[in-house]
Structures are given as C-alpha cells and as structure tokens.
Design a protein around this ligand. Structure first.
Ligand SMILES: NC(=O)c1ccc[n+]([C@@H]2O[C@H](COP(=O)([O-])OP(=O)(O)OC[C@H]3O[C@@H](n4cnc5c(N)ncnc54)[C@H](OP(=O)(O)O)[C@@H]3O)[C@@H](O)[C@H]2O)c1
Length: 261
C-alpha cells in the first residue's frame, strides 16, 4: 500500500495505459480522480475500482474544461498529491501528407493541453507543500520516427517543458517523472489520426506485439514511487535510445528500416 490515501489524478484513464494505471494505483490504496472525454468509459473503469474514485470529464483541448476540472478536483479532495499526465493521441501519416490542422490538433492535446492542466494545478501543489507530476511521453519523445512527425514533435516538446519543471520546482518539493514507453499493447493506433484528421482505426502489427499494458503500468507506478526523473519502458525498442545517443549513424540506419506500423 505504497500510495495509501494519496490523491492521484490520471488523465486518459478511459483506456489503455491510463486505465491500467487507475487499477494499479487503486490496488495500492490511492484515492483517484480519473479523467478523459468519454464519461461512459470512465464509468466502466470506476465500476472495477473498490476504493474512492471521482470521475471528472475533461477535454484537454478546451481551456474552460481544464479550469473546471481543476476546480472540481480541489473542491472535492482539497488537494492533489500526484498528477499523471497520460492522455494523448498518435499519428499514422507521413509529414508531407499531414494537414496543418492535424499537426495543431496533436500539439493541442499532447502538449498544450498537458502543460495547461499542469500549470493550473501547480499553485495548489505548491501551497500544499509539494507533490509529484508524471508525464507519459514516448520513446519518440527522444528520437524521430516515420509516420509520427507531429506526435514525435509533441512528445519532444513535453521533454523540454518537464525537464525545465524538474529544475524550477525543486525548491517547492515537487518531483517530476518523465516516462517514455516504447510499443505497449493498447488501442493507441486505433485512436491515431491520419493526415486528413480521420481516425486511423487499425491495430498495428507492431502495437499488437507490444509490452502488456499491465506490466507497463506496474513499471510506471514503481518509477513514480521511486521519484525517478526519467525512465524508458518497452522491449528491445528501448535500445534505440542508447543507439541514438552513442551510435547515431547506426541508429539512423536501423530506424529507417524498422516497420513503422
Ligand atoms: N501504447 C503505446 O505504444 C504508447 C507508447 C508511447 C507512449 N504512449 C502514450 O501513452 C499515453 C496513453 O496512450 P494509450 O496507449 O493508453 O492510448 P489510448 O488507449 O488511445 O488512450 C489515450 C487516452 O487519452 C484520452 N484522450 C485523448 N484525447 C483527449 C483529450 N482531448 N482530452 C482528454 N483526454 C483525451 C483518451 O480518452 P477519451 O477518448 O475518453 O478522451 C484515452 O483515455 C499517450 O500519451 C500515448 O501517447 C503510448
């Protein structure tokens, strides 16, 4: 019971990694806030949780919705100990085929929505004497990858923002964990956007072979507990981080040959 009575707010909790995180944190004694756009799916998740769990519907692209969500969370629990910024959308289109509106939509959800929620909650965490913030970026927050230009850009941007927070918030006792998963078996590719903004709607073969979502959630919860600054989660795909860092030419050779779907 490492998170007994801690207030943990998880975005994107209606499916995939966020849903698995909700079950994991609940099993460790946390009191939850679960958020996303689809109330019915959040209700389905809540029904599987025996402890306290508050649903707050939230669209990260709508600033009023974010304001209301923060107010509701604080009115209900008085504080948030841990914010897990998990919600996000992916992309399945070449950069040249991706319309500007799609580039902007992916940045709105993954980057601007995430930093907006974080910044609105931060004053409450500081007043409360501290807290923790986790953000789920991606291995492609560390390197580019075909069919993911806007997605990789949005995740790289999160690294710039949250690495800065790590430095700025130390005096306020706020710890930030940046989590970079590789391929995890969720519906992320089903929800990804094509270049024209339509939904891709397919389970990619690469996704299908990804790490089990429950194993990923366990590693994330451990990293948050241990207050790690940055972790990489996945199978052999995590090696790409080290190839890029130490053998960039080999990285480039391999990355341009890996199947992106
Ligand atoms: N699966 C992977 O291989 C993988 C790898 C690296 C990183 N990630 C990252 O992990 C996070 C979770 O992804 P997942 O794999 O669990 O995918 P997922 O099953 O598609 O979950 C995405 C979640 O984000 C929520 N969401 C999307 N747009 C939103 C918006 N405008 N406002 C609020 N919530 C929104 C969705 O809920 P609603 O539709 O109900 O709003 C859903 O709960 C994402 O940030 C993703 O980029 C995933």
């Amino acid at each position: 019971m490492r998170f007994q009575d801690k207030i943990v707010w998880i975005t994107g909790a209606s499916s995939g990694i966020g849903e698995a995180l909700a079950y994991r944190f609940a099993s460790e004694g946390a009191k939850l806030i679960i958020s996303s756009r689809r109330e019915q799916e959040l209700q389905r998740v809540k029904e599987k949780i025996s402890g306290e769990c508050l649903i707050i519907c939230l669209d990260l692209t709508d600033s009023n919705s974010v304001d209301n969500a923060v107010n509701t969370a604080i009115e209900h629990y008085g504080k948030v100990d841990i914010l897990v910024n998990n919600a996000g959308i992916s992309q399945r289109a070449f950069a040249i085929d991706t319309q500007e509106i799609v580039d902007r939509k992916i940045m709105e959800v993954n980057y601007f929505g995430t930093i907006n929620l974080t910044k609105k909650l931060l004053p409450y965490m500081i007043n409360n004497g501290g807290g923790q913030i986790a953000v789920i970026t991606s291995l492609v927050g560390k390197f580019g990858f075909p069919l993911r230009s806007a997605y990789a850009a949005s995740k790289h941007a999160l690294h710039g923002f949250f690495e800065t927070l790590q430095l700025e918030l130390k005096p306020h006792h706020i710890y930030t964990t940046i989590i970079c998963p590789g391929r995890i078996k969720t519906n992320v590719s089903l929800h990804a956007l094509n270049g024209d903004g339509s939904v891709y709607g397919k389970m990619d073969a690469g996704q299908e072979k990804g790490m089990k979502v429950e194993d990923c959630a366990q590693k994330i919860v451990n990293a948050i507990y241990q207050k790690h600054r940055e972790i990489y989660i996945g199978k052999a795909d995590t090696l790409m981080i080290y190839l890029k860092r130490y053998l960039p030419s080999l990285f480039h050779f391999i990355a341009s040959r890996i199947k992106p779907l």
